[in-house]
Design a protein around this ligand. Sequence first.
Ligand code: ZN
Length: 398
Amino acid sequence: MPTESTFLLAFLFIIAAAAGWLFANYSSYANKDDNKPISVNSDYIKGLNLVLNRQNDEALELFTKLAKFDDETLETHFALGHLFRRRGEVDRAIKVHQNLLARPNLNSQQRQQVLFSLAQDYYGAGLFGRAENIFNKLTNESEVNKSALEQLVEIYEKERDWEKAINAHRKLEVITGKKSPQIAHYYCELAELSRLAGDLDASRKYLKSSVRSASGVYRGNLIRASIAQEEESFAQAIRLYEKSIDFDKRLLVEVLPNLLLCYKATSREVEFSAYIKGLVNQDQDNKYYLAYSSIINRLTLEKSLFQYVEDFCINHNLISELIDINHFSKMHEEQRIEKIGKISNILRKIALDSSRYCCSVCGYSAKKLIWNCPSCKQWETVMPNQIIQFEKLFTKNN
Ligand SMILES: [Zn+2]
C-alpha cells in the first residue's frame, strides 16, 4: 500500500514537473509572443488529479509514458525512479535508471547521479554485489564519493565484512576530516571473532587497533578480560572486569559471574566480598545493580551477594507483600534463604522474558547486549536497563 509520504512525494514530483514544463513553455513563449496565454500540458494536470484522488498506480503509468517521450525530463525520471524504489517496485526503478544510463548526452555529473541511483536500486533489491561494484567505482568521483562510501559502509555492516568497513570509514575520515568512532567497533568485532576461533594473538592485534576512541577502549576491555580469563591470568582479568564496571555500573549484570569466577579461581573470595562492599560504599544505588545482577545470573545464594537480594525483596512494595514480611522476619535463616532463592528464580524467569536492553537513541529494545542497534544503526547505544516487566505475568499464555 502506498504510504502518505509516497503520495506527498508524488505530489511534489508532479508540481516540480509541471512547474518545469510551465517554465520551459513560458521561456519559449516570452521570446515569441508576450501576449500568448501560458498552457499546461494536460497530461500533467491529469496526473495531478490522479494523485489527488489517490489513484497512484494510474498516475505512475501516465508519468512513465510522459517521461519516455520527453528528452528534457531528466529530473522527472529521477523522481520517478525514486518513487518506484520507495514503493518497493525496485525492478521498475532499475529500468528507469538503466534507460537513463543509455542516453548518450548525459554529462559526467548526471551520469554519476544515475549510477548512484541505480546502485541504490540494486541495494534495495538485495543485490549487494552489484550495488557494491557501482558504489566502489563512485568513490573516485568527487560529486558522490562521500555518499557512495556511506552506502558501502551500510552494505559492509550488513554483511559483517569488518575489514572492508574499516577501509571505507578510513576514506570517509579523509573526506570529512573527522574521526569515525565506528572503526573501533569494527576492530572489536574482528577481535571477538578471532577470540571465538581460538586465535588469541590475532584477537590481541585487533584490540590494539581498536584503542582509538572511548568506545573501543570500553568494549575492548571486556574482550581483553575474557582473553585474560581464558589464559588463566585471573588477576589481570579481575582488573579489566572491574574497569568495565567502573565505566558503567549497569555492566555488573554482564560481568559479575566471570568476576566472581576469577576471584574464586585464586581463592580470593574475601577480597571479592570487600570489593562488593566497596561498590556499595561508593554509591548506595549499586545495591540495586548487585541485586539485579545476582538474580539474573543465579548468584542469589552467594554469601557476599545474598544480603542485597534480600534487601531488595524486603524493601520492594510488591515483593515484600508476596513474601509476607511479618512472617518472613520470624523465619530461621535457612528458611529465609530458601524463600529468597525461590522468589529470585521467579523474578529471573520474568526478567529473561522482558526486553532488558534498550537503545538510548531510538528506544529499540532487546533481550541481550548488542553493540550495533539494528533499528537506528548506531553503535554502543543499547545498554541494560535493569528491567523486570511484571506485566508479562498477565499475557495470554500465562
Ligand atoms: Zn537505536
